[in-house]
Design a protein around this ligand. Structure first.
Ligand SMILES: Cc1cc2nc3c(=O)[nH]c(=O)nc-3n(C[C@H](O)[C@H](O)[C@H](O)COP(=O)(O)O)c2cc1C
Length: 355
């Protein structure tokens, strides 16, 4: 069974939900490890006070008993603590009583760079909130929880995935400058995966290439506008003799321009991918827009927002990469039971004599 993930949840709705199907039975999950990743996602320089309101914790509704997966769908929930201020505004059913709390008035001032305008045009909404709530990156929380589960599975075969920001010091300087100018910034994150054996992904079909999957997973994260595998864009300016990683007799490489992927397959070297994040589009000094209610020129909506979320993206990207590697590892090694998965991996690395 293929490992699959579905999620649901609005930014200020009652909760975020993820359902993971295809996980083997017997995988031990550590609640503190999942919560630690949720906390890492909320931290980071340049984030807004929303992060102090939400102290994300995972709840499990199904698929786990006494800390071990059952081989049945795993249902993860991250509650939106802030929902208590939006119970009328974000009520799933027609709200009762007089409007109270937040989100009671329709938003009609679309923010450039957000889902606001294309979303309302596409879906026929008369309140921009009906688009922005789901388009918001708030639901990356539950994808991080799913990624934490994927990391637990990968750890059983010695794969470790770590995300970080590129040039953290310079990023913090840019964030300080942007904060004083009431502006926002983006940045670059890198994810590295070690212990990946050769053979995850395939050139057999375009959709199943490891680089396709990783690029799609990273590009699927809000605000990511560029993805690089290995030396990526730099490779375009190199000569062939400089760009490729020569093969030693032990089949390892001294260089890793390819970022551990050749022809859509892991080659046993470290997987290295990068994602570029655009500056966050909610601005305290709003850009020009239109009031959709009147058709008049107006400034875009100003809503509490981060100056930067690059450190958070590093965690979200790490979890997205971990998820894709877990999908492809399960494709390769199978197993309804995690012990079978581990045994199949061991037999494979023995067959190819991979140290
Ligand atoms: C972890 C994370 C946090 C984000 N926080 C904010 C934020 O506080 N304010 C904002 O305007 N955009 C934020 N974004 C970006 C928007 O969600 C994103 O730019 C928007 O939904 C439009 O999608 P697009 O940039 O992919 O086109 C965040 C993105 C991520 C990954």
């Amino acid at each position: 069974m293929t490992l699959r993930l579905s999620s649901a949840g609005e930014s200020h709705g009652p909760a975020l939900v993820a359902i993971l199907t295809g996980l083997p039975a017997g995988l031990e999950l550590d609640r503190t490890a999942v919560d630690a990743d949720l906390k890492r996602r909320q931290e980071g320089y340049g984030r807004s006070p929303r992060q102090q309101i939400e102290q994300d914790r995972v709840e499990v509704l199904a698929g786990l008993r006494h800390g071990r997966t059952l081989g049945t769908p795993l249902a993860l929930v991250v509650a939106n603590v802030d929902h208590k201020n939006w119970t009328w505004g974000m009520s799933p059913w027609p709200p009762e009583g007089a409007p109270t709390g937040k989100g009671t008035k329709p938003v009609t001032l679309p923010r450039p760079g957000h889902a606001d305008l294309p979303g309302v045009l596409k879906y026929g909404h008369d309140d921009v909130r009906n688009s922005l709530e789901r388009a918001s990156a708030r639901h990356t929380a539950v994808h991080v929880a799913a990624g934490a589960v994927a990391k637990a599975l990968l750890a059983t075969i010695g794969i470790r995935v770590v995300g970080s920001t590129v040039d953290e010091e310079q990023l913090r300087v840019r964030i300080d400058e942007a904060r004083s100018a009431r502006d926002t910034v983006g940045g670059i994150v890198e994810v590295r995966a070690t212990g990946v054996p050769p053979g995850l992904g395939t050139y057999a079909s375009k959709d199943d290439r490891l680089d396709t999957r990783l690029a799609g997973a990273l590009m699927g994260i809000q605000a990511v506008k560029g993805v690089e595998i290995g030396d990526g864009f730099l490779l375009a300016s190199l000569l062939g003799s400089q760009a490729h990683d020569e093969i030693r007799t032990d089949r390892r490489r001294d260089t890793n321009h390819a970022g551990g992927i050749e022809a859509g397959i892991s080659n046993g070297e470290e997987i290295i991918v990068r994602a570029a994040m655009k500056p966050l589009p909610t601005l305290m000094k709003p850009l020009a827009s239109v009031d959709l209610a009147t058709g008049e020129a107006a400034n875009a909506l100003v809503e509490r927002s981060d100056v930067a979320a690059v450190e958070a993206l590093a965690v979200v990207a790490e979890c997205a990469v971990a998820w894709e590697l877990a999908v492809l590892a399960l494709d390769k090694f199978g197993g309804d039971l995690v012990d079978d998965f581990v045994v199949a991996h061991a037999a494979y690395v023995e067959r190819i004599a991979w140290a």
